[in-house]
Design a protein around this ligand. Structure first.
Ligand SMILES: N[C@@H](CCC(=O)N[C@@H](CS)C(=O)NCC(=O)O)C(=O)O
Length: 320
């Protein structure tokens, strides 16, 4: 892995873990918002109006945070309005790259070879991690946002006036409940699996794994007798949970050592995740080959041999 220091790419191996062995996830650096008329959003500056053809999304198929953004591009029918590039699954010495490989879609705008080159183009003195997703503005030649939680909120409504598919995944009447669910699920599960996987002390791992399974146990009972997490409608909270559940048995159970139980041991959660997976346009956003290879081969501090295990059998019918 590596990161940018004053616009220069440097190798970092463990700058993400603090002295107590706990994962320290830095704040995303670009926090502007696309809005219908270019007015400023909740953070960052204004000037990013919702215009078809103006923005481009860079993602990795492996990454659960980037997956949220590709899902919302599909759910809101933004495929012809917002372009898409897909990185190679391997995140090694150069970080995310657009090296040739199955499923890779290179950068059509600048021919970037790596994602860090995009960050330097946006800010020649950028210091920080180089993460996906990246939402790029072709007009101002900069990054609008590299925070998936914000990107899906803007995709949810910003383009409604210029032809997006109708549907509100964050209705005002439910927003407080959605935010509370998101916070709990982020801390215990979405980020919890990463805290377990990247822990370098037993106590940090123990605490994270406890949080992961407390959250899964709670979700199993919360979803009993319900179709969706919040109210009786499908919301953003469901999709944010989905991208972690999808990867659970394939990578978090083995590679991140979240191995008390698998998703398949939770009948209600499994049926719920399979229901989301079966929604139109979801399956094409899923690439288990990218997912398994990315985790097992990129994090060599966790899996030094880079061996990708043969199992477990997939629980998402037809998934490849
Ligand atoms: N808060 C960010 C986190 C994104 C993130 O951590 N992405 C990972 C891939 S799963 C990444 O690109 N990591 C590269 C690095 O940290 O160097 C978001 O949700 O958008």
């Amino acid at each position: 892995m590596g990161m940018l220091i004053e616009g220069r790419w440097e190798s970092d191996d463990d700058k993400l873990v603090g002295e107590d062995g706990t994962l320290q996830r830095p704040e995303s650096a670009f926090r502007n918002w696309i809005t219908p008329d270019g007015a400023p959003g909740p953070t960052g500056e204004g000037g990013f109006a919702a215009e078809p053809g103006r923005y481009h999304l860079y993602v990795a198929r492996a990454c659960p945070w980037a997956h949220r953004a590709t899902l919302f591009r599909e759910l809101k029918g933004l495929q012809t309005m917002i372009g898409l590039s897909i990185t190679h699954w391997l995140m090694a010495d150069d970080g995310w790259t657009f090296a040739n490989g199955p499923g890779v879609i290179p950068d059509p705008l600048h021919g970037a070879e790596t994602v860090w080159q995009l960050y330097v183009r946006a800010d020649p003195r950028y210091t920080g991690r180089v993460t996906v997703p990246v939402l790029w503005d072709t007009q101002r030649e900069t990054i609008v946002s590299n925070e998936s939680a914000d990107i899906i909120r803007m995709f949810n409504s910003a383009f409604d006036g210029v032809g997006a598919t109708s549907g509100d995944f964050a209705p005002a009447a439910l927003i407080d409940e959605i935010d509370a669910l998101n916070d709990r699920i982020y801390d215990g599960l979405n980020n919890g699996v990463y805290k377990a996987g990247f822990a370098t002390s037993q106590s940090a791992y123990d605490e994270a794994v406890r949080g992961v399974f407390d959250t899964l146990d709670w979700l199993e009972s919360h979803l009993s007798g319900r179709t969706w997490l919040c109210g009786d409608v499908q919301t953003e909270a469901d999709w944010r949970l989905f991208t972690t559940l999808l990867r659970f048995d394939a990578v978090y159970h083995g590679h991140f050592k979240c191995n008390l139980r698998q998703l398949r041991d939770y009948p209600v959660l499994l049926a719920y995740a399979q229901r989301l997976y079966a929604a139109p346009a979801v399956a094409p956003t899923v690439d288990f080959d990218h997912i398994s290879r990315h985790y097992y081969q990129s994090h060599r501090q966790i899996n030094p041999t880079g061996i990708v295990p043969a199992g477990p059998d997939p629980v998402f019918p037809g998934a490849v």
